[in-house]
Design a protein around this ligand. Structure first.
Ligand code: HEM
Length: 488
């Protein structure tokens, strides 16, 4: 018995030693970084989170490109505007992959657009962008739909009669209805149980992707799915979300009114390309695309809008200036269009600063090198994970005058005209940059302005301080709070 234990211990020690030597060999070929431990890599130093503060600390020691290890997997991090721009544009094609780790495979099976690769990803992305254009994103017809959701939101807040309200559900409702109308062809009522289940599922899946459970699942999937609550919850939510979306797809097959929404266009494309051997349009990809667009398009925009309202409460002088500009240019009732931003430089600057300062996606989705490449002079082998630290761009001291302050002046010249800033990259950069950027910009502008036209946002009576410290999650969320929407 003793001999068996000794053999097992020796075997484990030899495996660890071999892993360690392998990591050391690879380390010599990659950009510098902190020394990894066998088994854990740098996870202990990172407290099992890819936290921007820790990345920023590492960058101050190792420079604007460095390597850290998540268990035995090396990850190259790009830090600051210059490094990210160079890495993501000079070698855009080579860094356009997504790592299909076990955990991401569990989420997507490699289908859809967010975690697919190669020909499949290119075809699905091109189709998605084209279809969003056909569905009117960026045109007046689709703006009307955003205006309608903004009106519902105003009505909801009016009904609160200035009493304290947590804006999370109504704001998420407005945003997810914009994406639902585009993809599914209808909106949900705020009481609809399916809507509440979808929102809950999006929350559970997002919480899982940013937790220790996610890494454990990547290495030890059986243990994670059997014992870790967050993982079990995410699994149940993935099933719920898929089932709901599949129901929607089925109900489309009975429709005869053609291309009204993303599912309609996709079913049409599936029928057209049946004989095409290179086509990747099938039911699994349709379901995953709908899943991806819903997941990526709901929480991001809703979280940004929640920050917008909280900042208006925290910076009443900014809120007052926005009110003044809106009153002068649009009056109190005119419907707001995206083209109005040209006459609303201050409000436009405020919305940009809300995105910069709230910085909701601190680290972009992971990238993967699909070929051997070179980043900032370092050779990077094929199949290496690359992370873009978006936080380090949006708070790069070389690019922003007051990176740690909420300052709409970052986007204004001395005459008060709006100025675009090259380091404003909340949607990332390169071939895998956000697919919903235009839609998100339209939603943020129209919904924010409509709300500001209708209300002054204040703290509830008796609450003295505004807490703007974010809650660390997949998107950085405002802390739980209530505010009052006082009709103007
Ligand atoms: C304020 C709102 C939003 C922000 C800040 C945001 C940000 C991002 C970021 C940082 C990425 C990762 C890019 C990379 O890998 O370099 C991304 C990817 C993506 N976003 Fe967004 N996003 C927003 C809204 C939306 C909306 C409304 C949609 C849906 C229409 C959407 C769909 C996607 C998709 C499909 C991807 C994956 C693209 C690919 O892998 O090719 N996003 N987004």
């Amino acid at each position: 018995m003793l001999t068996v234990s000794v053999v097992l211990v020796c075997l484990a020690a030899s495996l660890l030693l071999m892993q360690f030597l392998g990591m050391q060999r690879k380390r010599r070929q990659l950009p510098p970084g902190p020394a990894p431990l066998p088994l854990f890599g740098n996870l202990l130093q990172m407290k099992f989170q890819i936290h921007h503060d820790i990345l920023n600390q590492m960058a101050s020691t190792y420079g604007n490109i460095f390597t850290l290890w998540l268990t035995s997997v090396p990850v190259v991090v790009l830090q600051g505007y210059q490094a990210v721009k160079e890495g993501m544009t000079a070698h855009a094609e080579e860094v356009a992959g997504r790592p299909l780790s076990r955990a991401f495979k569990f989420l997507t099976n490699g289908n859809g657009v967010m975690f697919s690769n190669g020909h499949l990803w290119k075809q699905q992305r091109r189709f998605g962008l084209l279809t969003m254009r056909k569905l009117g994103v960026g045109k007046q017809s689709q703006e009307c739909q955003i205006q309608e959701e903004a009106r519902h939101l105003v009505q909801y807040l009016r009904n609160t009669k200035g009493k304290p309200v947590d804006p999370t559900v109504p704001v998420t409702h407005a945003v997810s209805n914009v994406i639902s109308a585009l993809i599914l062809g209808h909106r949900f009522s705020i009481e609809d149980k399916r809507f509440l289940r979808l929102v809950e599922a999006v929350d559970d899946i997002s919480a899982f992707t940013n937790s220790i459970s996610f890494y454990v699942h990547d290495r030890l999937p059986w243990i994670a799915t059997c014992f870790l609550t967050r993982c079990k919850k995410a699994l149940a939510s993935i099933r719920t979300m898929r089932a709901l979306l599949e129901e929607e797809i089925e109900s489309h097959k009975e429709k005869t009114d053609g291309n009204q929404d993303f599912i309609g266009y996709y079913l049409d494309q599936m029928a057209k390309s049946k004989e095409d051997a290179g086509a990747t349009y099938d039911k699994a990809n349709l379901t995953q695309n709908v899943f991806d667009l819903f997941l990526a398009g709901t929480e991001t925009t809703a979280t940004t809008l929640r920050w917008a309202l909280l900042y208006m409460v925290a910076y009443p002088d900014v809120q007052e200036k926005v009110h003044k500009e809106l009153d002068a240019v649009l009056g109190s009732s005119r419907l707001i269009c995206y083209t109005d931003r040209k006459n609303l430089p201050y409000t436009n600057a405020v919305i940009h600063e809300i995105q910069r300062y709230s910085n909701i996606v601190l680290i972009a989705l992971p990238r993967y090198t699909v070929k051997d490449t070179e980043l900032l002079g370092f050779p990077i082998p094929k199949d290496t994970i690359v992370l873009v630290n978006i936080d380090s761009i949006l708070s790069d001291p070389e690019k922003w005058e007051t990176p740690d302050q909420f300052n709409p002046g970052h986007f204004l010249d001395k005459d008060g005209n709006f100025v675009h800033r090259e380091a404003f990259l909340p949607f990332s950069i390169g071939h895998r940059a956000c697919m919903g950027e235009l839609l998100a910009r339209l939603e943020l502008f129209i919904i924010f302005c409509t709300l500001m036209q209708a209300f002054t946002f204040t703290l509830p009576d008796g609450v003295k301080e505004v807490n703007t410290k974010f809650v660390f999650s997949t998107t950085m969320k405002p802390p739980p709070h209530q505010l009052c929407a006082i009709p103007r």
